[in-house]
Design a protein around this ligand. Structure first.
Ligand SMILES: Nc1nc2c(ncn2[C@@H]2O[C@H](COP(=O)(O)OP(=O)(O)O)[C@@H](O)[C@H]2O)c(=O)[nH]1
Ligand SMILES: [Mg+2]
Length: 446
């Protein structure tokens, strides 16, 4: 890598500290031209030096840390300046370094270099994006697992097994007279079958990954004035939705997320479902129906201070075959409402006083996590999931071909293609085009 790149690693805006990073062969030399620290002549790697950065028309105190190749994030010589935050100093430092020959880094270029220098695999690098973009603790944790090699180690082991399969087939190709006999066929089929089993076990983590990534989606449904918006606000612990005692106030669906015990919950406050001539309210009601059809769970709210009306029964008929819990609200005023005609689990609470809301949150957590597998890694990345799906199909195709007595050279090609396919997850494959695509999604400075 001949050029040395520079970028601000911290977000723009006013803050205490900003970090400017340099990576490449000339990092140390460039640093020596702009940074001084008393009489220090040789800067030790991995030591923090408080000194002065000279940007020609501006001098500032900053901390400098030098990481010597290959013991750095990118595997190259890296220098980090921790300077004052805000909009001026870090930009000045970057300007000065580019004047001296550094080039502004592209998005994700530091991590791309880390990949190209063998410091991280492709999926480990993707874990870094997941941590940066995480919106819940579980998402950040899943990213951390990736960066830690939880997936790449498994993929590497599967690729090794496929290499062995390929070697066995190659022996047959080298000695064509000894065609793949039945015993060898059975062994090959069994091995590919086991590899398939491992891959589909990994795919079990896709369901947990979906909940972690998209959040557990909950639609609040019920007749107008049942208290949906009040419960929405209570769950989110601040007033997001307008609450009034005029029926039909919430005319659109509103969704917001909160985190509970590390998991993201997305709450959708819907317009009351009822028949109406008002066009705008009608659109809101249609959106409520969409929310009902696309959520993971419905909270069917009933006004506990009122008796059951036809509107409640109509809503019940819409949701009764879906996943729902009945919430009997306004238990601070009355618990006399007879809801026995509705089947299903019932929780009594007050969206206004908050009584019963903690129990509801705990219940939602139990439901959200009941589908999550503890014994397998959560798969959050769609790219990984789709590669693994394809890999399962390839395993099936190979097993079929073995059964049909396909020739060794065809089998060898198929096994190699499967090896290549799995390698797209970690980057250990011949496809180089996917690499740019992945690093383009990074932010500058990472
Ligand atoms: N006493 C009492 N009033 C409530 C409760 N929940 C909602 N309300 C009141 O019921 C009315 C309708 O509430 P809102 O949340 O707008 O209902 P929505 O139409 O279902 O969204 C408002 O006046 C709320 O203050 C509750 O638990 N107890
Ligand atoms: Mg409302």
């Amino acid at each position: 890598m001949e050029d040395t790149i520079v970028a601000i690693a911290t977000p723009s805006g006013v803050g205490g500290i900003a970090i400017v990073r340099l990576s490449g062969q000339k990092s140390y030399e460039l640093m020596r031209q702009v940074f001084s620290c008393g009489k220090v002549k040789n800067f030790e790697p991995r030591h923090a030096y408080l000194g002065l950065f000279d940007a020609k028309d501006l001098t500032d105190h900053c901390i400098m840390i030098y990481f010597k190749a290959p013991s750095s994030y990118t595997g190259e010589d890296v220098v980090e300046f921790q300077c004052h935050g805000g909009n001026v100093v870090a930009m000045k430092i970057v300007d000065r370094l580019t004047e001296l020959g550094a080039r502004i880094a592209q998005a994700g270029e530091f991590t791309k270099r880390a990949f190209l220098n063998g410091k991280v695999t492709l999926d480990e690098a993707e874990g870094v994006i997941d941590i940066i973009n995480a919106t819940s603790t579980a998402e950040a944790r899943a990213g951390y697992e990736l960066t830690n090699g939880a997936l790449s180690s498994k993929i590497g082991a599967l690729q090794d097994r496929l290499k062995n399969v390929a070697a066995t087939i190659d022996v047959v190709m080298d000695y064509p007279d000894e065609s793949v006999d039945d015993d060898a066929n059975i062994d090959l089929s069994r091995e590919i079958g086991e590899i398939r089993h491992e891959i589909s076990h990994l795919l079990d983590g896709a369901k947990s990954g979906k909940i972690i990534k998209s959040g557990y989606r909950i639609a609040l449904v019920g007749k107008p004035n049942a208290g949906k918006s009040s419960l929405f606000n209570n769950l989110l612990a601040y007033n997001r939705s307008i609450v009034t005692d005029i029926s039909g106030t919430t005319r659109d669906t509103i969704e917001e997320a909160y985190e509970y015990r590390g998991i993201k919950f997305v709450i959708i406050d819907t317009a009351g479902v009822r028949s109406t001539d008002d066009t705008i309210e009608r659109i809101g009601i249609d959106r409520s129906i969409d929310a009902i059809n696309s959520c993971d769970l419905i909270l069917f709210l009933i006004d506990g201070a009122d008796s059951i009306t036809k509107e409640d029964i109509d809503i019940y008929n819409i949701i009764k075959d879906k996943n729902y819990i009945i919430i009997v609200n306004k238990c601070d005023i009355s618990d006399k409402c007879d809801v026995s005609q509705f089947n299903g689990e019932k929780l009594y609470l007050s969206a206004i006083t908050g009584k019963g809301v903690d129990e509801l949150k705990e219940k939602l957590y139990t439901l959200a996590t009941s589908d999550m597998r503890q014994d397998t890694l959560a798969l959050v990345n769609k790219r990984h999931i789709s590669i693994l799906f394809d890999a399962v199909k390839s395993c099936d195709a190979i097993i079929d071909k073995i059964k049909m007595g396909e020739s060794a050279d065809i089998l060898s090609i198929e096994v190699d293609q499967l090896w290549q396919k799995l390698g797209q997850i970690t980057g250990n494959c011949d496809r180089r085009d996917i690499i740019d695509e992945i690093f383009d999604k990074f932010c500058v400075g990472k």
